[in-house]
Design a protein around this ligand. Structure first.
Ligand code: M6R
Length: 362
């Protein structure tokens, strides 16, 4: 039930610190500061991993690619399930395919699973519904403990997918000898702290509600990010499209000059996700390019980033965290921004037009 919330989506956004905490407790040994290795997966033997999923779950996979490549030094292929199936990529028998799906019933993701299985691959799935077809047909199940997600726009399932994949990337890094015991402890500690930081982030809601009032007047919006913030920018744009019907696009900030900047004028809001890290300066120069053309920047950053940008742009300040866990934190303002924009516009937030919770046809 919705309880005191106006929509399931609002409730599901608010539940995230709890359900991400439960999900992490399942995949980590918090007392020992270790990530659990799923039975049957030998990361040492693998020379690459193929990820596939649709929609928001695909964006979780895009974030995971950064983690697995950096922390476990394992090459990752990732493709949208509807493309993967027909692309005929050469697949290695004995290789690992990881499918990501909240419902576990998405037709394209299931077909990809079966295709990979026919090619002799080992199948692991990150699923929220553990009684689903995708879960049943997998060799290893990595559950997200999000509980039922009713809102058609995925929120808590996404951050639980990220939490699961983050824990798995640490386990892979350790198994492959890339991460030391200390590295593992440090990364696990940053995950243990995450639910508290997510709860902090939710407190931005009143400020986001005010910003959403303006965003509701826009016809289009751009979302920019670098590194793991790039898939989160795409997820932010997808959320806005799905429930407010405002056209939005997520771009790698470095691509701005290669096309989308042509769209920027006084009417164009540009949401920039920029934790204060080694890429921050580059992103600031992208924001200045937007501002110089009259575009309205909304900077989402941490206290250090806000200090550095020195009040040049409208800023949402999320808590400071390790770079590793920023995707789960920055996802929250993206969800809240889309939610409040949709509420202002009076759309059917939980049941947006033309969309189904689970897409069981191609
Ligand atoms: O159930 P799945 O995770 O396989 O669903 C995949 C997509 O259909 C889903 O994420 C969709 O993009 C959502 N509406 C996103 O909010």
């Amino acid at each position: 039930e919705k309880g005191n919330y106006r929509h399931f989506m609002a409730k599901e956004i608010a539940e995230q610190p709890d359900v991400v905490g439960h999900t992490l407790a399942h995949h980590l040994d918090m007392a020992k500061g270790r990530a659990r290795i799923p039975e049957g997966i030998d990361f040492k033997k693998l020379d690459r991993i193929a990820f596939s999923a649709c929609g928001t779950a695909y964006y979780a996979g895009l974030v995971a690619r950064y983690w697995f490549e950096k922390l476990a030094r394992i090459p990752v292929d990732i493709d949208i399930a509807s493309e993967f199936r027909y692309r005929e990529p050469p697949l290695k028998p004995g290789g690992l395919a990881i499918l990501i799906s909240q419902s576990g019933e998405t037709a394209d993701t299931l077909a990809t699973l079966r295709h990979c299985k026919e090619q002799g691959m080992q199948i692991a799935s990150v699923v929220n519904v553990t009684s689903s077809t995708i879960a049943r047909e997998s060799d290893a199940i990595l559950p997200t403990l999000g509980g039922p997600e009713i809102g058609v726009a995925s929120t808590k399932a996404f951050t639980c997918q990220l939490a699961t994949l983050a824990a798995l990337a640490v386990a892979a890094g350790k198994a492959r000898g890339v991460l030391s015991d200390d590295d593992e402890q440090r990364l696990v500690a940053s995950l243990v702290e995450l639910p508290r930081l997510m709860a902090e982030t939710l407190k931005l809601e009143p400020q986001i509600e005010r910003i959403a009032k303006d965003l509701a007047k826009a016809q289009d919006a751009l979302y920019l990010g670098r590194g793991t913030s790039f898939p989160i920018a795409m997820e932010g744009a997808l959320k806005l499209k799905e429930i407010s019907y405002i056209h939005a696009e997520g771009y790698a900030a470095g691509e701005l000059k290669h096309g989308p900047i042509a769209l920027v004028d006084e009417k164009m809001p540009v949401v920039v996700l920029a934790p204060y890290d080694t890429l921050f300066e580059k992103t600031v120069s992208n924001m200045q390019e937007v501002a110089a053309r009259g575009g309205k920047v909304l900077l989402v950053t941490d206290p250090d980033g806000a200090k550095e940008a020195a009040g040049e742009f409208e800023t949402l300040i999320v808590p400071k965290s390790y770079a590793f866990v920023t995707p789960m934190i920055y996802a929250i303002p993206m969800q809240l921004l889309a939610y409040h924009t949709a509420v202002f516009m009076g759309t059917d937030v939980d049941q947006p037009r033309n969309l189904a919770k689970s897409v069981t046809v191609e």
